[in-house]
Design a protein around this ligand. Structure first.
Ligand code: FEO
Ligand code: CA
Ligand code: CA
Ligand code: CA
Length: 570
């Protein structure tokens, strides 16, 4: 039972039961509160949240944005500063007065602009105030980065013809970062924001536009989700066919300088980036692990050519290195396959812009939607959440035509629950080209199934969950797991309740439920206060009216969680 598990483990809490309500739950002897909600002012010149309008359009880039996701906290000259993503929008909530007669609720340039301003990244100073953690309004660190913020392109693809557009013939300057999903932190104190489903922002005013192979591989077509192309031609692929090549990257932001220009690093490859987990190789080179969240896409690793010296700015190291894709073998071993012009038959810029096609060319293993990667700080191993894959079965293929047979770390057809793969690099060196792998957990429902869909032995009726997604290690070497799955609590998902955050012990395999989100929400994004006594957790797209009262729209928020006795929780 779960009580015995708590007593025998390193977990400093009694695991909680599954929940189905519209609230947040944490263990006994812990408390939580809201740090910031979508629409809360970051600057005193922003209007207070206005439910009737879904927030004031004129100051949408002066408030905390929508759909909080990956985040990291930085201690800068004594201030605590959080950088946090705003992945996408909830159009019908953000534009409550928009007539829904067309396919899109976006019916004017003002609507599209408001949505552009609500997405991207927030940088904000926070402090532990009289009634819990709060944003320091008007702090000089506060900043909103949106779909219109100027940034630069770095690395081998920058300035090449593939990156040149109507507005930017140089191919080196781009506006905006799109669909910022997971995150990462560099060893030199900057933030990495990761562009995921950027395809949804592009469309064509010419419905007859011919969809290229490159567009098709990334899901870019004539139909967009947000109708931006109706109001801004750079999102119109029939007018500016190279603009989509300038999105789908890892973007570096300096949280210590609100005037700094973000950099999109093309050496790390273009795909639907989940997050970026950085670690140092034995010889000092920089290693970045990255997932591409799509059915049958790949797991990637970047290794810099240069070495990083403690105390230096390593940004230039992300401009020059080798990108590889993972191949997993049935015998529990695997290797990193370098993407080079020789091996892929593609020129360098083409290879980075169309990294998925390069991965197919070298025989990468198709995965069950690689979400977050987390690196254990106290053992030479890394983990990737493979969230689910409704289409994995014999004869199925990904968009590039690569087989999705059930095999290796993706063993189940019609994988509705997901799993977490772990790899240990050869010699304990993340720069090594081979590794051993196993599954840390295979999620499942042991109350419904007594076969492989019941999950691995560390899944019990007391801790079951589906669709692992966000992951972070705490400094004590525990793996925190956040879910983004089916929260119907019915059928194959009966007993799992709402999306949640659990913690796993890499040494024993034990997993315990720590937090549950409101129904309708995904729990995503996790970071800690400088002294590790507070965990900040993101609640994305909640249902009901959370965290407000009846009649208010639901508002994605970052919450704080801490122990009543003030001891560290990470
Ligand atoms: Fe934005 Fe794959 O999660
Ligand atoms: Ca995610
Ligand atoms: Ca997900
Ligand atoms: Ca999400």
């Amino acid at each position: 039972g779960t009580t015995a598990m708590a007593q025998s483990s390193r977990f400093a809490f009694a695991p909680i039961a599954a929940q189905t309500d519209y609230d947040v739950h944490v263990p006994e002897d812990y408390e939580w509160g809201v740090l910031v909600r979508w629409g809360d002012p970051l600057f005193s010149d922003a209007a207070e949240f206005d439910a009737a309008q879904g927030g004031d359009p004129a100051t949408a880039d002066r408030v905390f944005g929508e759909n909080t996701d990956g985040m990291e906290l930085y201690e800068i000259d004594g201030a605590q500063v959080i950088a946090v993503n705003h992945e996408y929008v909830n159009e019908t909530i953000n534009l409550p007065n928009a007539p829904a007669e067309s396919g899109s609720v976006v019916n004017s340039e003002e609507d599209a602009t408001k949505l552009m301003m609500l997405q991207g990244v927030t940088v904000m100073e926070v402090r532990d105030g009289a009634t819990g953690w709060e944003v320091v309004v008007d702090s000089p660190y506060n900043r909103r980065i949106t779909h219109q913020t100027p940034m630069t392109l770095s690395g081998p693809a920058a300035g090449t013809p593939l990156m040149q557009t109507v507005a930017d013939p140089s191919g080196t300057e781009v506006k905006g970062t799109l669909n910022n999903c997971g995150a990462g932190r560099t060893l030199w104190g900057t933030y990495l924001t990761c562009e995921e489903n950027f395809n949804g922002y592009f469309g064509s005013t010419d419905p007859e536009v011919e969809i290229t192979e490159g567009w098709a591989r990334y899901g870019i077509g004539a139909e967009s989700r947000y109708a931006y192309e109706q109001y801004d031609s750079r999102f119109d692929i029939s007018v500016d066919p190279n603009e989509p090549n300038r999105h789908g990257w890892i973007v570096e932001i300096d949280p210590s300088d609100a005037q700094s220009v973000p950099v999109k690093h093309t050496a790390l490859g273009r795909f639907k980036h989940e997050n970026a987990a950085m670690v140092q190789a034995a010889d000092g080179r920089i290693v970045v692990y990255m997932g591409d969240d799509e059915r049958g896409e790949f797991l990637y690793r970047f290794v810099s050519n240069g070495v990083w010296e403690e105390g230096t700015n390593g940004s230039a190291l992300l401009e020059d290195g080798t990108l590889s894709v993972a191949r997993f073998t049935e015998d529990g071993t695997g290797e990193w396959l370098p993407l080079t012009p020789e091996r892929t038959g593609m020129e360098m810029a083409e290879m980075l812009v169309h990294a998925r096609m390069a991965g197919s060319a070298v025989g990468a293993t198709t995965m069950d939607r690689p979400e977050w990667v987390a690196v254990n700080p106290v053992a030479a191993e890394a983990y990737c959440a493979l969230t689910n894959n409704s289409r994995r079965e014999a004869g199925a293929t990904n968009a590039g035509g690569d087989a999705m047979e059930p095999a290796g770390p993706n063993p189940r057809p019609t994988n509705e629950y997901g799993q977490i793969v772990r790899w240990r690099p050869e010699g304990g060196d993340h720069g090594a080209d081979t590794f051993a792998w196993d599954l840390f957990v295979m999620a499942g429902n042991p109350q419904v199934y007594d076969n492989e869909y019941g999950g691995s032995p560390n899944v019990t009726p007391g801790n079951m969950f589906n669709s692992p997604d966000g992951m972070q290690f705490s400094s004590d070497g525990l793996l925190w797991i956040q879910t983004d799955g089916d929260d119907s609590n019915e059928g194959d998902f009966a007993g799992m309740g709402n999306n949640q955050m659990l913690v796993g012990d890499p040494e024993t395999g034990e997993i315990a439920r720590f937090l549950t989100g409101p129904n309708g929400s995904e729990v995503t994004g996790l970071t800690w206060s400088a002294d590790r006594t507070t965990a900040f957790v993101g609640i994305q797209h909640p249902g009901g009216s959370w965290p407000g009262e009846d009649g208010m729209p639901p508002r994605s928020s970052v919450i704080w969680v801490r122990r009543n006795d003030g001891q560290p929780i990470g």
